[in-house]
Design a protein around this ligand. Structure first.
Ligand SMILES: NC(=O)c1ccc[n+]([C@@H]2O[C@H](COP(=O)([O-])OP(=O)(O)OC[C@H]3O[C@@H](n4cnc5c(N)ncnc54)[C@H](O)[C@@H]3O)[C@@H](O)[C@H]2O)c1
Length: 385
């Protein structure tokens, strides 16, 4: 096989962007041969490919080797299982599922490891995050003691929430900012620092928008080595912030406004504290230049990597099986807010699913009139960094 024949299901904001990029030849060796959408007008915009309303028919068509799933979240699990069982390579949009039990069901369907099963965590290609991860993995930063991440540059308007009937509802989306925008950051958090052991979160539901799900979150987490973290996210604050600050034995790293600053302690801070002979002494520091200037290839790079994994067997940048971690973190934060408890991980996925189903059953919120108001928006501008 010299090319991968791709199908895309879901041709809204994200799926249509993927389709247009592939048709423009931006992902060599990836060929768009079929598209499917429950709304036939969406698929009709891509006459270069065979169009389907019935995704099962596209999966069974023999026209595709691989499938990108860019539909609303709940269907990631069901469509993903069908596509994996049909022997297709699969790329699922984030989040891989709405809740942990569904993510486990999806991953359980991935039995043939010759298939490639990836997730669209495009921010893993960002050179700033790659550098931060390298500083930690290489031991250059020393043991992490504290992480503060304020990631509030996901501002969304009421019009955005009104643009899809599934958005910002328990039944349609299974959550708010934690399930839609911040899965990227939760994925990066666990990818860089590992999974927390304990989570305590405060979520505000409909604080800034007329929605039933969370649009404002403040979470405290503890990592296995005792490091603590605060993760703050919102879709209601403007101007927003993306500031990641890491305090570690060998110094401090701050990432904000496309600038990565590393202030290195010449002596690790705990060692200095134990050995200094005067009470107010401070470790000597030096600024370490870090030559990072760009955000990497993002979605195109993940699609390229998916294609190369299928054709050449290269390792995936974002394997879908790792997507369960950001789902688990999002679920833990919501569960903590719902129950007023500190959640110890691993999360009880069955309990979470039960409580989410209760939220869905108990939802009385009527969605406002759905308008296709994103039509004139530049969707690429919505990818916060
Ligand atoms: N990686 C990223 O940066 C990024 C950015 C935006 C959205 N996303 C993800 O992409 C997915 C879609 O988001 P969006 O903003 O494009 O949504 P959207 O509402 O704009 O589009 C969803 C499309 O799916 C279709 N659809 C719904 N259910 C379907 C089904 N069962 N079968 C076939 N078609 C179906 C709808 O008709 C619609 O055209 C979500 O998972 C979202 O989290 C990822």
């Amino acid at each position: 096989m010299s090319k991968v024949r791709l199908g895309i299901v879901g041709l809204g904001n994200m799926g249509a962007t993927h389709a247009a990029n592939i048709l423009a030849g931006k992902v060599p060796r990836l060929e768009l041969t079929a598209v499917a959408d429950a709304d036939p007008t969406k698929a009709a915009r891509f006459p270069q490919a065979k169009t389907f309303v019935d995704t099962d028919a596209m999966i069974a068509s023999g026209l595709i080797d691989a499938l990108v799933i860019a539909t609303p979240h709940f269907s990631h699990t069901t469509l993903g299982i069908k596509a994996l069982q049909a022997g297709l390579h699969v790329m699922v949009e984030k989040p891989i599922s709405v809740h942990k039990a569904d993510a486990e069901r999806l991953i359980a369907a991935y039995t043939n490891k010759r298939q490639v099963f990836a997730a669209m965590f495009n921010q893993r290609t960002d050179h700033y995050y790659l550098k931060i991860r390298e500083l930690i993995r290489s031991g250059e930063l020393g043991e992490v003691r504290r992480v503060n991440w304020i990631i509030t540059n996901w501002f969304r308007t009421e019009t955005y929430y009104d643009s899809g009937g599934w958005r910002a509802t328990w039944a349609g989306e299974g959550g708010g900012v934690l399930l839609n925008q911040s899965p990227h950051n939760l994925d990066l958090f666990q990818w860089i620092f590992g999974m927390p052991q304990r989570v305590r979160a405060h979520c505000k539901f409909g604080r800034y928008h007329d929605i039933e799900v969370e649009d404002d979150v403040t979470a405290y987490v503890e990592l296995p080595n005792g490091a603590t973290g605060v993760f703050i996210t919102s879709t209601g604050e403007a101007p927003g912030t993306n500031r990641l600050e890491i305090a570690a034995e060998r110094g401090k790293v701050v990432y904000e406004n496309d600038r990565l600053a590393f202030t290195r302690n010449k002596v690790p801070m705990s060692k200095f504290s134990r050995t200094a002979t005067t009470g107010f002494a401070q470790p000597e520091t030096e600024n370490v230049p870090l030559a990072v200037t760009d955000h990497g290839g993002q979605h195109l790079e993940i699609l390229q990597n998916f294609t190369a994994a299928i054709l050449d067997g290269v390792p995936l940048v974002s394997p879908a099986v790792e997507g369960i971690h950001s789902v688990e973190l999002a679920n833990a934060m919501l569960l903590s807010a719902w129950t007023n408890e500190t959640i110890t991980l691993p999360l009880d996925g069955k309990r979470y699913e039960r409580l989410l189903l209760e939220k869905i059953a108990g939802s009385t919120r009527k969605k406002k009139t759905v308008v296709n108001s994103n039509a004139g928006d530049d969707f690429a501008k919505s990818f916060a960094r």
